[in-house]
Design a protein around this ligand. Structure first.
Ligand code: ZN
Length: 163
């Protein structure tokens, strides 16, 4: 229980210093989809502040059914127009196969491993761009974050054609 007690103790300090943001709509009309990797501080790496962006995290930062569900709400209910998908170097989903991960976990799931960052980003961006209910999204970018240097490689860009 030490873990949980530490979290609750930290929260007491946080409450005192809390920056209050009343509007649930991200003020920069922005959503970031990225990996759950513990080495990525999304807000610091991208210069974001509380209230500015939705941050959707999962293994690999891949566009899953649940990411589509969340972005449908981001786009239609909460005003999001720009999405950044940010994968990263040394990700646990690179260099493995679905079969490897099924064997390791005993879970029969589609883990969406990453063979090649550029190809995976293009695939996920295409999926977002072609999803009819995500038409409010105007700009999508695909980044790769280097977990050793903190640098971002700006790999893929998409803008919705006008007219
Ligand atoms: Zn990762």
């Amino acid at each position: 229980m030490t873990q949980i007690a530490e979290l609750l103790a930290a929260n007491e300090g946080y409450v005192a210093a809390l920056a209050k943001v009343s509007d649930a709509r991200p003020s920069r009309q922005l959503a970031i989809v990225t990996c759950m990797d513990a080495r990525i501080d999304v807000f610091a790496a991208l210069g974001l502040r509380l209230g500015e962006a939705h941050v959707l995290r999962n293994a690999g930062g891949r566009v899953t059914h649940d990411v589509l569900r969340s972005l449908a709400l981001s786009a239609h209910v909460l005003g999001v127009e720009t999405v950044v998908i940010m994968q990263h170097t040394k990700c646990g989903l690179t260099g493995v196969t679905d079969e490897d991960l099924r064997r390791l976990t005993g879970a029969d799931l589609g883990f969406i491993p990453i063979d090649d960052h550029a190809a995976a980003l293009r695939e996920d961006i295409q999926l977002l761009a072609e999803t009819p209910y995500l038409h409010p999204l105007a700009v999508i970018a695909g980044f790769v974050y280097d977990v050793e240097t903190g640098e971002i490689d700006d790999v893929v860009r998409w803008e919705r054609p006008t007219g």
